[in-house]
Design a protein around this ligand. Structure first.
Ligand code: KIV
Ligand code: ZN
Length: 511
């Protein structure tokens, strides 16, 4: 087997996506899912960048077992010290990832340093990191726009200094597949000690080519790919993990012998989790994990799939953990059928959670004629995976319309008691958020609000995702209901509940 190492950077480059702030607890939850997925390396953060990032990387290193935990560092000693301190307790091994720009434009304008100095700093930083660990990765930042001869020299000298992985970033997403593949081949042919290191690639998606470029690199000898769940990341994002993994798996003819350790059946779950916690909704047409990725609308396609699935499906939906969109349960379904369906969906609940979610399912089945698997997943996420429920939504009533001032009355349960408030607003959602603010006294700012239908049809569940800021902290919230104002209230309250919990040190943003 020719192993392709999957280096996940959802928690570092992914979290650099504008608006994708995650707190420590959320990062640990994602790291655990990445281990379940089978990624080899988790880049957990950039420890020197903030106290919060340092604490989160440290918490992941000490509590998440099953993958190498990596910390990013610039080529300076204080960054390398911080990366080591944050990752040193990792049971599955710690990696220090040092980067330094090597392209002319970065060296001249950003770093104001000449080639010789860059070469010296690159090698020195790797030698310095070596006193901590032998697992050192070096990235010549903006490698794809670096003069090839200089790039070869840098790569050779960092390997000589002790780097075990050399990562070739396409930092600004400028590369083209053929050209980038040729660059990887040229590195193999022109760097004399290249056999002593793994060639890694790290592609950004500014031209929509991050996955294509990464795959071209794999064809030319790269054996580590850096990627993120759902392709989230700086600007237009990074190469998407699920697309890389499924391409290599589906087109074995193009990557003979190349294999990853990814448990592909976890892909859909990992995608949902990252989407839920970052508040970044996955586009329905997103390859592999989009809601439409396995839906067939045209009659000709449906007919073909019924006769032979492979006529229009190159991947079996269950191979990525997507269990289909069929009618699963209705209002006459009993608890036994519900439990069985949850088992099939890979959802494990405690007895108390099961009773609560079954009740919620019955309520939903009363309102909605057909209950789909996506509805059940959304309901469980909404009702079970929520943080400490300091404030609970008891009921909501609102009025709105043309020439009517929108108004909402919200009743919340707090420490067993019901409190109620009425507010007017610019619309029913605004009125309802103002009423919640009056009751909870959490003064917050709504940064983002999104709504999407979980399934199709007039009675579809509406799923609302919000990002809310208060006191230098940001929290995301999700809520679903057949009533979109109620879904909006639940999502907002979900975020407010997170903000009401006393913050751990790492949750305070150090911007
Ligand atoms: O895009 C980039 O160049 C990076 C490096 C730090 C690897 O993220
Ligand atoms: Zn990057």
């Amino acid at each position: 087997m020719d192993k392709l190492i999957i280096f996940d950077t959802t928690l570092r480059d992914g979290e650099q996506a504008p608006g994708a702030t995650l707190n420590e607890r959320e990062k640990i939850e994602i790291a655990r899912e990445l281990v379940a997925l089978g990624v080899d390396v988790i880049e957990a953060g950039f420890p020197i960048s903030s106290k919060g990032d340092f604490a989160a990387v440290k918490a992941i290193a000490s509590s998440v077992k099953g993958a190498i935990i990596c910390g990013l560092a610039r080529a300076v000693t204080k960054d390398i010290d911080a990366a080591y301190q944050a990752t040193k307790s990792a049971k599955g091994g710690a990696r220090i990832h040092v980067f330094l720009a090597t392209s002319k434009i970065h060296m001249q304008y950003k770093l104001k340093k000449a080639e010789d100095e860059i070469l010296r700093l690159a090698a020195e930083s790797v030698r310095y990191a070596k006193k901590y660990t032998s697992d050192i990765e070096f990235s010549p930042e903006d490698a794809s726009r670096t003069e090839p001869d200089f790039l070869f020299k840098v790569v050779e000298s960092v390997i000589a200094a002790g780097a075990k992985t050399v990562n070739i970033p396409d930092t600004v997403g400028y590369a083209y597949p053929q050209q980038y593949g040729d660059l990887i081949r040229a590195i193999k042919e022109n760097v004399p000690n290249i056999d002593r290191a793994v060639i890694s690639v790290h592609c950004h998606n500014d031209l929509g080519l991050a996955v294509a470029n990464s795959l071209a690199a794999v064809r030319n000898g790269a054996r580590q790919v850096e990627c993120t769940i759902n392709g989230i990341g700086e600007r237009a994002g990074n190469a998407s993990l699920e697309e890389i993994v499924m391409s290599v798996k589906t087109r074995r003819d193009i990557y003979p012998g190349v294999q990853t350790s990814i448990a592909t059946r976890e892909l859909y779950k990992a995608s949902r989790l990252v989407s839920k916690l970052t508040g970044f909704v996955v586009a329905p047409n997103k390859a592999i994990v989009g809601a439409n990725a396995f839906r067939h609308e045209s009659g000709i396609h449906q007919d073909g799939v019924i006769k032979k699935r492979q006529t229009y499906e190159i991947i079996a939906p269950e191979d990525v953990g997507f269990t289909g969109t069929g009618l699963v349960l209705g209002k006459h379904s009993g608890k036994h059928a519900f439990i069985k369906r949850l088992e099939e969906l890979g959802i494990k609940l405690s007895d108390a959670e099961l009773s609560r979610s079954f009740e919620k399912f019955k309520d939903l089945a009363d309102k909605k004629k057909t209950v789909y698997e996506e509805d059940i997943v959304s309901l469980i996420e909404d009702e079970i995976n929520k943080p400490a429920q300091i404030w609970q939504l008891d009921s909501i009533a609102y009025s709105s319309g043309t020439n009517v001032t929108p108004q909402a009355t919200v009743r919340l349960k707090y420490k067993g008691k019901i409190t109620e408030s009425t507010s007017a607003g610019d619309g029913p959602v605004d009125a309802c958020y103002k009423a919640i603010e009056k009751l909870t006294k959490v003064k917050s700012k709504l940064l983002d609000y999104r709504i999407e239908a979980v399934t199709s049809g007039k009675d579809a569940l509406g799923e609302v995702s919000v990002r809310v800021a208060a006191d230098k902290r940001v929290a995301t919230g999700r809520g679903s209901s057949t009533d979109i104002i109620e879904a909006s209230a639940k999502a907002f309250l979900n975020a407010v509940n997170k903000l009401s919990v006393r913050p751990s040190k790492s949750e305070i943003l150090h911007l």
